[in-house]
Design a protein around this ligand. Structure first.
Ligand code: ADP
Ligand code: MG
Length: 222
């Protein structure tokens, strides 16, 4: 119980902190980016690309935080998941190919769900990104869309490094990462979004065998 409490406190704290930091950082970040764009055009600046890409990284992190703190911007509409998923897969196509990752999709049913398209995209992006990062050399990502009772199931499975019990237990805890370049925010965001959609997240994993992430979203017309 103590640990649960500690985690909850951490989450609430992280959430408040995140929104504060995000707002404070975004404005100066935008200014600096704009100035750099001008400088870069005149070739005045060495290391322009590195600075820009680092800024973009910060921008992405701040953007993720802002999504957490902005429920009013959410727009729920009837959408099918597969087209959203396809957009995400297109984004990762090159990265997957470079890592010899084969992505295979099996669409059995793609029921309309009431969802915020951007948030669901964010969910798929984080999970597919984790799957790719779990396959540093080569491997497979298998995606399955199926109707399960009154729910639409979206399963994203990889045969990558997997997780041990401790990592699996702590998944979704803010800033919990096993990656040198990770930020440990992806799965926290995924959980928050799925909760807001009255969905369910189930993760099964085995070290050395791989990970299966199941997302259940309530279907509009089951
Ligand atoms: P990050 O990817 O920045 O580390 P996440 O919240 O996305 O943060 O994931 C937290 C941790 O959960 C990861 O560092 C990793 O240890 C583990 N994890 C998540 N997805 C997978 C996966 N598909 N395979 C193996 N480990 C995973
Ligand atoms: Mg991640």
């Amino acid at each position: 119980t103590e640990e649960i409490l500690r985690n909850t406190e951490k989450l609430v704290f992280a959430g408040q902190l995140a929104v504060g930091i995000a707002h404070e950082i975004r404005n100066p970040l935008t200014t600096v980016k704009g100035m750099l764009q001008l400088l870069g055009k005149d070739n005045c600046l060495r290391h322009y690309n590195l600075i820009m890409s680092e800024l973009e990284r910060m921008n992405m992190i701040v953007g993720e935080f802002l999504i957490l703190g902005k429920p009013q911007a959410v727009q729920f509409r009837e959408e099918r998941c597969f087209p959203i998923l396809q957009e995400v897969l297109n984004l990762f196509e090159i990265q997957a190919a470079l890592n010899f990752i084969n992505i295979n999709c099996d669409v059995d049913a793609d029921l309309p769900v009431r969802c915020d398209r951007n948030q669901i995209k964010q969910v798929f992006m984080n999970i597919v990104k984790n799957a790719i990062e779990a396959l540093p050399h080569a491997g497979n990502i298998r995606i399955l869309l199926e109707a399960r009772g009154t729910f639409q199931l979206i399963r994203i499975a990889d045969d990558g490094v997997g997780m041990n019990e401790q990592v699996l237990q702590r998944i979704g805890e803010p800033f919990h990462t096993t990656k040198p370049e990770g930020n440990g925010l992806g799965m926290m965001i995924v959980k928050k979004i799925i909760d807001a959609h009255h969905g369910r997240l189930e993760i099964a994993s085995e070290p050395g065998r791989g990970t299966t992430v199941d997302i259940y979203l309530p279907a509009s017309n089951p």
